[in-house]
Design a protein. Sequence first.
Length: 744
Amino acid sequence: MDQPLRSIHAVLLAMWTLIPPLPALAQEAGPRTRDTLELTEVRVVGSRALREAIAGAATVVDSASIAGWRPLTVNELARRVPGVQARDEEGLGLRPNIGIRGLDPTRSRKVLLLEDGIPLALAPYGDNSSYYHPPVTRFTRVEVLKGSGQILFGPQTIGGVINYVTPAIPKAMAASFTLAGGTQRHALGQVNLGGTWGRVGLDLNASRRRADGGRENTGTLLDDVTVKSTVAVAPGHSLTVRGNAYNERSNVTYSGLTEAEWAIDPRANPFRHDSMFMRRWGASVTDRLDLGQGVTLLTTAYASGVSRDWWRQSSNSSERPNDRKDPACGGMENLATSCGNQGRLRDYAVWGLEPRLRAPWTPFGSQALLEFGVRVHDERQARLQLNGDSPNARGAGPASDRGSGTVEDNVRTTRAYSAFAQSRWFLGCCTITPGFRLEHVRHERVNRLASTVVTGGGSLTQIVPGLGVTWAAAQGVTVYGGAHRGFAPPRVEDLIDNATGTVVELDAELSWNWELGVRTTAVHGLDLEATLFRLDFENQIVSASVAGGAGATLTSAGRTLHQGLELAARIDAASLLGMRQGLLLDAAWTWVPTAEYRDERFAFIGASAAEVIGKVYGAQNAAGTRRAVSVAGNRLPYAPVTSLTVGIGYRHGSALDARLEAVHVGRQFGDALNSTVTVVDGQQGVLPAHTIWNATVNHAVTATGGTVFVAAKNLFDRLYVSDRTRGMLPGAPRSVQVGITQPF
């Protein structure tokens, strides 16, 4: 056993000695009445009763909301949560850009995404960027947690945790299909089949979706199959097995438009030969064992593998076309004929094991609920870049796939060991929840392209403490507050130099996150929550270029500060009045007045208009055209001051459900310089505020037991700039879908 495992083992033994013998728990009643969740997978929020005991902002988008709004992308669900921002990219949410409380949403790398409690990212420790996201139709529930309870999950404890929950296995045989189609040649076919036979339960979800994207020369074909089975091994002992296969074929580019191109056609895409092929499999086994007296041991083993080939002609609009130095490719007029491309070929392999124990106990005569566990996690990235000699090349030119056109050949590995513990102490009307997380991460990078193979490695260890308090101020009214350490490990590529293998002095992302809020569910049908938040970074990791971009090198920005207020409201008039029909109203408002650089930071600007941010003073190039401009006190990019989602609906029993929604996103900057004038390449400038409208109608067909629906997104076809990181990207256009869900 190596040193990290020995340390974690010692910590667990020490915690276990604090728990009294199990017979002493027989008198315990408080936690069992508060926590009745039947654990078949890890939940982030859980039941309403559990939410009331959480010392932080917690939101659940339930199955009724998902069915009522008929979302096309996960972005639509994310915007319904206060504090959460979602930025459109290709139109189907396949590579989501989700930010929380003013944090950079690029590739959701400051958010921990889970499915049934299992990390979703291709490399959660080595590179948390979301280049894969499962179809939104797979989920029946979405849980979002932004308080100190994040430390139970990790490794990302900066912005928040989003957990997608798959449908529970039905006790009786149930089957249904969904067919939908509409604009942008959209078509969806999905089958759900499940039931329980004796001790074995089975659920199958299979779907195929195709659609054109939000720009010309873009389109996607997706196949997704998920199987979940639960076996009752013995009383109090069950085994849940999950398997998933995902296949994507997309015509999708990485680049946006220049200012001039946007003026001609905002939905143009000159990179018509760009394409992505992605294949992913995932599997997990969860063993749930009831040890008696409310003690539950949940052990999950998981693994996934991804192969992703992305062939594209540009990684950002400042290097267009890709082979600019080639005399045969002198400009955009040759883009579709003689210009070459880049093949960004990636393979990922991830596995992990996590036992997690939940137990009531009675420290010093008080009632408490303890949850603790460990995790070992391993991931491997094999990264190859081949530069082809034509727009539709799928190799490294005429030499060979590993000939002169091979630009990158990297293997990056990460091994992480974690231990975590959190205890809820029930003290009358108050609950105190202390906890901590320990992360030990080892990285290694091997450059196989160099004449002599270059290998480098590094490691870091971080303790992440947290403390939360709730106070039941009145019946159904809870005041909560807390603080925890925000932590995110650096990416392998930013930590270890590719040419020399030496460790770069890039610290982990660290912050202190504070919350103070109140929520009420005192009246059935009325749910209100308000939270003040403060994210005080001693070192925030940002893109090293002014304009940023998902693939940009990251660097330390030093101290930054995010603070503001978020409000959530949900009113169900039918439930309030005890009627079968009535209005629905829900709203999510986020106000981030402060999101700024606090340290003295400089951004280099010059002929390229996008240079490195760093603590350097007065630097200039040989021609004297580059200058350093201070960004201290500037607003961080992609942090709108205000965002608001308001939905109003009418429900008449189970026969009719009609909804109208407005989504407003405030003005934001596209670069650290807070440029107000757009530069030629489109990567700097303001993203103006915009508002879009969505509408959905669901009508039950009594004769068949099915539901027909119509869903319109961006109802008035509002054109707006959603992104500038790689040039100007438009938001999704108007989309109208008609479909049916039918049991059989």
